[in-house]
Each structure stands twice: as C-alpha cells, then as structure tokens.
Design a protein around this ligand. Structure first.
Ligand code: TYM
Length: 332
C-alpha cells in the first residue's frame, strides 16, 4: 500500500476551520486507501516563541482533535515529531543541500520573519522547510495531503528529493501534494482576502473547532460580506461571499453552482444562517469527542508513544541509508 504523510502544528488552543477543511478532512478520507502517517510538528512550532506549558497541552489537544475528527490511531500512525529524532537528523542533511536563496524565497518564511522583525527572527524560521522536507521524505510517501498554503514547501521537498537522488543515487520517493477541491484555502471571516490563520488580526475572523457552538454561529453570522446582494461565487469582486460558499460546499459536500442556484433571490443573511447551522452541526460532535478524550491525557500520551515507535520503524532505516550514502561511519 502507498503511504501518505502530513502534519499540523500545535500552535493554538484549537485547530481552526482552515486546518479542518484544508487538511484534516482529507487526512481522514485518504486513510482508507493509504498507509497513513499523521504527526504533530512540535519542533516546527518552536520556530516562533512558545510557552512550554501551553505547548505540551496544545500537543495533546491537537492529538485529541485528530482522533475526534476521524483519524483512527489503530489504522493510521499518529505521533509527535520530537519523539522521532530521525526528523531532526535528516533535516540537517537536507539543510546542507539547500541554497540560501532557495530558503529565503519561501513566502511563509518571508511573512513570519517580517512579523518577528528582520533581526530578531530566528534561524529556525529559515530552516523550517528543510525540516518539513525531512518529515516527509523519511516515510517515502506517495502523497502529502495539505492545504494550498503548503504548496511551496511541498515543491521544495520534491526538489530536495530529486537533488539527493541524483547526487547519491535513487533513495527518496518524490511525493505529490494532495490538495482538496473545496477548502484548500479558507479565508478569514473578517478579512476574506487573508487566509484563515491563528494569528488573525481579529479573533472574530476565526472559527475554532473547540469553540462553543454559539460563538461559532455568531462569528459566521457577522462575517464580512460584499456590496451587492447576489449570492454568487466570484473571488475577485465578492471575496466574502465566495469564502462562505466554499466553506458551505466543503462542509456539506454540495457543489458551489448548486448552492448558488439554491440562493437565487435570497439575501446574504439567509446564506449565513444556513451556513452557521451546517458548520455547527459538523463541528459539534468533534468538539464533544475531543473534550472527552482530553479528560484522559495519559491515554493520549500512550497512543502517541505507540505511534512514535511505529514511525521510527519506518524512519530509522531510511535515515541509516541516507547517512551511509552521505559517507558517515556506520552507527555505533
Ligand atoms: P499548519 O500547522 O500551519 O497547518 C496545518 C494544515 O492546515 C492547512 N491550513 C489551511 N488550509 C486551508 N485554509 C487555511 N486557511 C489553512 N490554514 C492552514 C495547511 O495547509 C496544513 O495542511 N508546515 C506545516 C506543518 C508541517 C507539515 C509537515 C505538513 C510540518 N511538517 C510535513 C505536511 C508534511 C504547517 O505549518 O501547517
């Protein structure tokens, strides 16, 4: 069976709707057909400052949400990045094969470094995509289910795989990004030209899986829309309504043309009320289940430890092969 692999950072108290529709839904779907590896990149999270107590809690919260959202830890391998040291080890080798300009061109690096200020931004932000490439290549996956914002990182990963293969001989599978049809990019409800992100300017732009349903409904109902009255998908002139339509399509499985048809002659308000209901209906069971799972953190830790052992069984031989090819002495 082909493999897939993906990761989601533990950098907030809850996953948001973009994480859910852009990635988690796809993760759940592909676990039937692939040997799936899903992990929590805590090493990536520390590329920006993190509070240690919040970090450990957020790691468990992320795991609980994956399981509550449909990842079956018996079928898929669920683990935490820092518990599999091979990730960091391969990352170094790949870092040494990456050009400075290549790394500096990554838009996520540019955005995050700009936010931190040029001089105070950590070198970890620059090294971030090579760690991500290591995450992926260690498992030889065929596919990487991610949202659209990770496209550039997946492309760099493919370049590095090919570069390594041509320098040292066939080693890595060159992976393909799996991007969802609807939901690959969910935008901020208050600023529908910016992607939904935990670092949103206004918290009202964000839908969190673990928020109270009432809060979720309220945020959707107060989403920014556009001039005009027609419920129609047009990213250029109607970014707000278009975002609501993509969320609606992703949450219900109905197509955008079908939804446009259903709202002919109706107002934005109708769309929002129905969407709020659909989103709450979809997220509520996940929220409830995640909160239940969090009542037993020891059990979550046990599941994750088991996942890390399984992950290392795949990652360790790949790293050994890389070390040997690069010209390091055999392990002691
Ligand atoms: P992260 O943690 O920022 O996001 C996790 C996943 O959610 C998707 N996503 C979105 N999709 C649609 N609309 C949005 N507004 C939105 N915001 C986030 C992301 O595309 C992602 O799929 N670098 C990665 C984590 C990572 C990783 C990996 C992923 C580390 N190593 C190896 C895949 C494979 C990141 O920061 O995602």
């Amino acid at each position: 069976r082909h493999r897939v692999l993906s990761g989601m950072q533990p950098s907030a108290d809850s996953l948001h709707l973009g994480n859910y529709l852009g990635a988690l839904v796809n993760w759940v779907q592909v676990q039937d057909d692939f040997d799936a590896y899903y992990f929590i990149p805590d090493l990536h999270a520390i590329t920006v400052p993190q509070d240690p107590a919040a970090m450990i809690q957020r790691t468990r919260v992320a795991a609980a949400q994956f399981i509550a959202g449909g990842i079956d830890p018996e079928r898929s391998t669920l683990f935490v990045q820092s518990q599999v040291p091979e990730h960091t080890q391969l990352a170094w080798v790949l870092t040494c094969m990456t050009g400075m300009g290549e790394a500096q061109r990554m838009t996520q690096f540019k955005d995050k470094a700009a936010k931190q200020g040029a001089d105070s931004a950590g070198v970890g932000l620059l090294a971030y995509p090579m760690l991500m490439a290591a995450d992926i290549l260690l498992y030889q996956p065929h596919g990487v289910p991610v949202g659209d914002d990770q496209r550039q990182h997946v492309e760099l990963t493919r370049d590095l795989a090919q570069r390594f293969n041509s320098k040292y001989g066939e080693t890595f599978v060159v992976p393909t990004g799996f991007y969802p049809e609807n939901g690959a990019r969910i935008y901020d409800l208050q600023d529908p030209t910016a992607k939904m992100s935990k670092s949103a300017v206004s918290p009202n732009g964000l839908i969190n899986i673990l928020d109270e349903p009432k809060k979720t409904a309220k945020r959707i109902k107060s989403a920014v829309t556009d001039d005009g009255t027609e419920v129609r998908f047009d990213r250029e002139t109607k970014p707000g309504v278009s975002n609501l339509l993509s969320i609606f399509a992703a949450v219900t499985g109905r197509s955008i043309p079908e939804l446009e048809e259903a709202y002919v002659g109706k107002m934005y308000g109708h769309l929002k009320v129905d969407l709020a209901e659909a989103v709450v209906e979809r997220l509520e069971p996940i929220r409830t289940r995640a909160l239940e799972l969090l009542d037993d953190p020891a059990e979550l830790d046990r599941l994750l430890a088991h996942g890390a052992v399984k992950a290392r069984e795949v990652a360790a031989p790949v790293l050994s092969e890389v070390y040997r090819k690069v010209g390091f002495l055999p392990p002691v």
